[in-house]
Design a protein. Structure first.
Lengths: 624, 69
């Protein structure tokens, strides 16, 4: 046995999938050379092989040393630290394939071997197989690519979790670069929800970028999220706020439905009948008109005329000497008409009264009005060609919107929501996802649908809108995709630095986890709970992982693997690097970048700072 | 803008737009910066310099306004 350089020791204890191994006296720890390759012996996260006749069992080392010694032996064992605990994960016949799960257990005395490159190759399949994509190299064996099965990665969802600066964005950029390789996957379809506008630069040549303030010179397009395609539950928080009173809510629902219906009568749209219109139907209506009508209904003053009920004819508009209204109001510009104050003077026959409307949504209506006038909300309430006129007519319909997001020539579409006011970010991301999901769900039997051309949705900074407490739209939409998306070819990749803040039910649906360095114990606990494998030893490594090193566990990988993620080339790195306070470099060789405390000052021009701030655009006007 | 690769410990590529007088530098750490109102002469001097990094630091940094792009 000692002649076999891969021999590590023998199985001494088996309990379920956990086995304990006593290292042979001859086994040197440290580096071992087998067929010209170096292997590290007894590394947590490393692999071992237990040959059992025609089958090899494979396992991952989770503990090494004294803590791995069975309790009862601890006292009598002389060299009590030469033990390892291993979690069995799968089996395979020598030289052919690998399957998860084990059909038989090892027993006491069975030899345990180091896993060599040859073994790893059989486990990890063929690197040229298009079903797998390489994301990096194994930390334990540099020559072996870490392959991830795309099918499982996409449809069973995944999560990339790691602290700031652990290499998260780089990992995602690397993955997306590999998946969007047009030679291998000419029809790849990836949608990135980018909260900080990080990925635009890294993936510029492969991605269609949609932004609220687009830079047309770079081919960026405006991001529109038409309000009328939202359901009532999505629309209310971003428009009226909440409407508690059932009667008021019902009235608003009725009005919206009426407006949708009247628009539909003039411009019929395929697929929706007049009888079938509901408040949630993705049919255009003019929210400006809704606001105008509700406003007038509640705020108008009326001339009181005997026998005449309040209506538009009794409006008491303020008029100038010539008899034309001073401010007649404008529906699309959200300018209310100006009414005369109420008047009830003794002896004066002309009486002006307040409106008798029973609606009690005055504040909500004012909030809506101010949002409709706020240019920051233009992407939502004045969505370019998707803005319905007061009557409900539009230049373009949802199909062109979906085609631009999901059917672009480029494999990746980046929806950069960095310009969305933070107060409504969660709602918007939610309705955007719901929109995409609904479209692909109903298109499931045609080539545009997710079954035929699956979609991967990357949710950057997911904790910002997927909190457990946040019972709103974003969590609901993502939970739905996480639970049902698999069947319809819609997969999610969550990216977050605070896994503890993400709804655990969503995280537990992620079949594959890319865990990068994480020190916070609550965050690590969350990952440990979400991971499908029983690999606590592996996850205890999370705080000491190097930058760009990840533990990949779950469905898309055969074995849990510790990987050094490939760094994308300088051009493909996301724009998320932390600013350096002290920039490396020297006077004689130059510095890594022009800023930093250790370099001479630049002349400052705060006028430009203010200009950019006012313009709400970080791009210098002189840059191109 | 077309950039030319250069051999330097800190700078990966340098480009220049004559009509707009913009010098563009891609650093090896992946960040790109544009310097404005840089003369053609300055650009040529930068390209000719023995150490691009040193020249950039000594003659361009602090003299021209820049922005990260």
């Amino acid at each position: 046995m000692a002649a076999d350089p891969t021999f590590l020791g023998t199985v001494e204890d088996v309990s379920g999938a956990t086995i304990r191994i006593k290292l042979a006296q001859a086994t040197a720890s440290g580096l071992s050379f087998i067929e010209g390759q170096s292997y590290r012996v007894g590394q947590v996260g490393g692999f071992v092989r237990v040959p059992l006749g025609f089958v090899n069992l494979y396992g991952v080392i989770s503990h090494v040393g004294a803590s791995a010694v069975p309790e009862r032996l601890a006292a009598i064992e002389e060299q009590g630290n030469r033990w390892m605990t291993v979690q069995l994960v799968g089996e395979g016949q020598p030289g052919v394939g690998f399957d998860r799960g084990i059909s038989q257990f090892p027993t006491v005395g069975d030899p345990v071997n180091l896993v060599t490159e040859f073994d790893l190759r059989t486990i990890y399949g063929r690197p040229n197989d298009p079903r797998f994509v390489s994301v990096g190299r194994l930390a334990s064996a540099n020559s072996i690519p870490a392959l991830v099965e795309i099918d499982k990665l996409v449809t069973r969802h995944s999560a990339v979790l790691g602290a700031t600066g652990s290499g998260k964005s780089t990992t995602v950029a690397g993955l997306l670069t590999a998946l969007s390789d047009s030679a291998l996957y000419p029809s790849a379809r990836i949608l990135v929800i980018d909260i900080h506008g990080e990925y635009g630069k890294a993936l510029a040549d492969r991605a269609a970028i949609f932004r609220i303030s687009p830079d047309a010179s770079k081919g960026e397009r405006p991001l529109y999220i038409p309000y009328w395609a939202m359901t009532l539950d999505e629309l209310l928080p971003v428009t009226f706020g909440s409407i508690e009173n059932g009667g008021d809510r019902g009235a608003v629902i009725d009005r919206i439905t009426e407006l949708k219906l009247s628009g539909l009568k003039k411009w019929p749209r395929a697929g929706v009948t007049e009888e079938g219109v509901t408040v949630d139907a993705p049919v255009p209506f003019s929210i400006h008109r809704l606001w105008f009508e509700l406003h007038c209904e509640m705020r108008a003053t009326h001339y009181e005329k005997a026998g005449q009920s309040q209506s538009r004819d009794t409006w008491a508009l303020e008029k100038d000497a010539a008899g034309t209204p001073v401010q007649p109001g404008d529906v699309m510009k959200c300018i209310p008409p100006r009414f005369l104050p109420p008047k009830d003077d003794k002896g004066d026959t002309e009486k002006i009264r307040y409106s008798r409307s029973s609606l009690g949504i005055g504040r909500a209506l004012d909030a809506l009005g101010s949002r409709l006038r706020d240019p920051r909300f233009d992407f939502l309430f004045r969505p370019g060609p998707y803005l319905p006129s007061a009557e409900g007519q539009m230049k373009q319909d949802l199909d062109t919107l979906l085609a631009s997001w999901l059917g672009d020539d480029k494999p990746i579409s980046i929806l950069d929501v960095s310009g969305v006011p933070p107060s409504i970010q969660a709602e918007l991301v939610g309705s955007l996802l719901r929109l995409v999901y609904d479209a692909l769900f109903w298109a499931r039997n045609i080539p545009e649908g997710g079954r035929e051309r699956p979609l991967l949705i990357v949710l950057e900074e997911a904790h910002a809108y997927l909190g457990e407490k946040q019972t709103q739209v974003a969590s609901v939409a993502v939970r739905r995709i996480a639970k049902e998306g698999r069947k319809y070819g819609i997969g999610i990749m969550l990216v977050s630095q605070r896994p503890a803040e993400i709804d655990p039910t969503i995280l537990s649906q992620c079949g594959t986890l890319f865990a990068l360095r994480l020190s916070n114990s609550a965050d690590r606990g969350q990952i440990r709970n979400a991971a499908s494998d029983n690999l606590e030893g592996l996850f205890s490594m999370l705080p000491v992982l190097r930058t760009g090193e990840a533990i990949i566990v779950g469905e898309a990988v055969n074995l849990p693997i510790r990987t050094l993620i490939d760094r994308p080339s300088a051009k493909r790195r996301p724009d998320s690097a932390d600013p350096k306070v002290v920039v490396p470099g020297s006077e004689s060789e130059g510095y890594e970048s022009p800023g930093g405390w250790n370099q001479k000052r630049d002349p400052s021009d705060y006028a430009e700072a203010v200009e950019l701030w006012r313009r709400q655009d970080a791009k210098s006007r002189r840059a191109q | 803008m077309q950039r030319k690769p250069v051999s330097s410990s800190n700078i990966a590529e340098i480009g220049y737009d004559e009509s707009r007088r913009i010098l563009e530098v891609l650093f090896t750490n992946g960040s790109t910066y544009q310097y404005f109102d840089v003369s053609q002469q300055e650009y040529e001097d930068l390209m000719r310099a023995g150490s691009h990094g040193q020249y950039l630091n000594a003659n361009i940094k602090g003299r021209y306004r820049y922005a990260r792009v």
